[in-house]
Design a protein. Structure first.
Length: 307
C-alpha cells in the first residue's frame, strides 16, 4: 500500500531545514517559530517511519534517508512555486537569462535568433558573456560554453561539430607567390587564443607540420578578437567551421589551405545537473538543439584532411 502524501507545510519545513541545516534559520525563512518547524519535521518523520535529521549539539545533519528525500522535495516545491508564479503572478514575465560565449553569440546564435523570437515572442531574453568559464552566474538559467563537454555538476548538450583550418583576410596573401604548402605559414603571424586546448600547436602537429617555424604572433583572450584581427589582415587565425562560415561567405575571410582537422572541443549548452529547469529554458533548449541538428544536416562535416 502506498503511503499517503504528507502535508505540504511539513515538506516545506523539512526542505528549508535541510537547506539551512538549522530549524532556527528555516523558521526565519518560513515566518514560523523554531518550535513549529521542529514539530512539523517530527510529524513528517513519524509519518514516514524514519529519521530525516541527526540532531547534533551544534546543528543538524541529514540522515541517509534525508539526503535521498531532499532532491525530490526541493524540485517539487520549486515546480509548484514556478507554476504558481507563471499562472497567477509575476512569473508570467520570467526573463530567460543565457550566459553565452561571445564569438558563438555573434557568429552562430545571432543570425538564428530571429527565428526563436518569431516562434516564442512571449519569452524575454537576457544575455551575459562568459569570457572566463570558471566564473559562475547564479542568475543564468543556461550557459553556452566551449570545451569537451565535461564540467562538474553540469549537464551538457553538444551544439557544434567543428573542423579547424587557417583563415585570413584576402589582403594578407594578395600577390603571394605560393600557398600550396603549409610551410608558407612560416611567413605570416599566427593569431593565438588563450584557453583553447586545440590551438595552433595542436593543429600543426595533427597535420604533420609541427616542425614549421612560425614567427611570433599575437595573443587574445577571446576567439572573436582573433577572428576580427584576422579579417583586418594582421595574420592567420585558426577558424572553427561553425563560426567562420558567415565571414567566408561575405569575403572578409578566406581559407587558403585545404587541410582540416576535426575537433574534440565544441560549443555546448550547459545547465545544472539534477536541478529544476524553468519551462522557458526547456523551450530554448529544444529550439537550439533543433537548430544545431538542422545546421549539421545542411553542412555535414567532411572527412578531415590532415596531410
Amino acid at each position: 500500500m502506498k503511503k499517503r502524501l504528507p502535508p505540504l507545510n511539513w515538506l516545506r519545513s523539512f526542505e528549508a531545514a535541510a537547506r539551512h541545516l538549522s530549524f532556527t534559520h528555516a523558521a526565519s525563512e518560513l515566518n514560523l517559530t523554531q518550535a513549529a518547524v521542529s514539530q512539523q519535521v517530527k510529524g513528517l518523520e513519524s509519518q514516514l517511519g524514519t529519521s530525516l535529521f541527526k540532531r547534533l549539539p551544534r546543528g543538524l545533519e541529514l540522515t541517509d534517508a534525508g539526503l535521498a528525500y531532499l532532491p525530490a522535495i526541493h524540485e517539487a516545491i520549486q515546480r509548484l512555486s514556478v507554476a504558481t508564479d507563471e499562472i497567477f503572478g509575476q512569473g508570467r514575465t520570467h526573463q530567460l537569462t543565457l550566459r553565452v560565449n561571445l564569438v558563438f553569440l555573434t557568429s552562430w546564435l545571432a543570425p538564428r535568433l530571429a527565428r526563436f523570437r518569431a516562434r516564442h515572442p512571449e519569452i524575454g531574453l537576457r544575455f551575459t558573456s562568459n569570457i572566463w568559464v570558471g566564473e559562475t552566474d547564479k542568475e543564468a538559467d543556461m550557459e553556452i560554453r566551449y570545451g569537451k563537454g565535461t564540467w562538474p555538476g553540469l549537464t551538457s548538450d553538444r551544439l557544434t561539430q567543428d573542423e579547424l583550418f587557417p583563415v585570413c583576410s584576402p589582403s594578407l596573401v594578395e600577390g603571394a607567390s605560393s600557398l600550396a604548402s603549409l610551410e608558407a605559414l612560416a611567413r605570416y603571424p599566427l593569431l593565438h587564443v588563450i584557453g583553447y586546448e586545440e590551438g595552433w600547436g595542436y593543429w600543426l602537429n595533427q597535420t604533420g607540420h609541427g616542425h614549421v617555424d612560425t614567427p611570433n604572433g599575437l595573443q587574445f583572450d577571446t576567439l572573436i578578437s582573433a577572428m576580427e584581427m584576422a579579417a583586418q589582415g594582421l595574420g592567420f587565425a585558426l577558424g572553427r567551421s561553425s563560426l567562420v562560415e558567415g565571414m567566408i561567405a561575405s569575403g572578409r575571410l578566406i581559407a587558403p589551405f585545404s587541410q582540416k582537422v576535426k575537433t574534440s572541443e565544441a560549443f555546448h549548452l550547459v545547465y545544472p545537473m539534477d536541478q529544476y529547469i524553468h519551462p522557458h529554458a526547456e523551450i530554448f533548449r529544444s529550439w537550439i538543439l533543433e537548430e544545431a541538428a538542422d545546421h549539421e544536416r545542411e553542412h555535414p562535416s567532411p572527412t578531415a584532411t590532415p596531410a
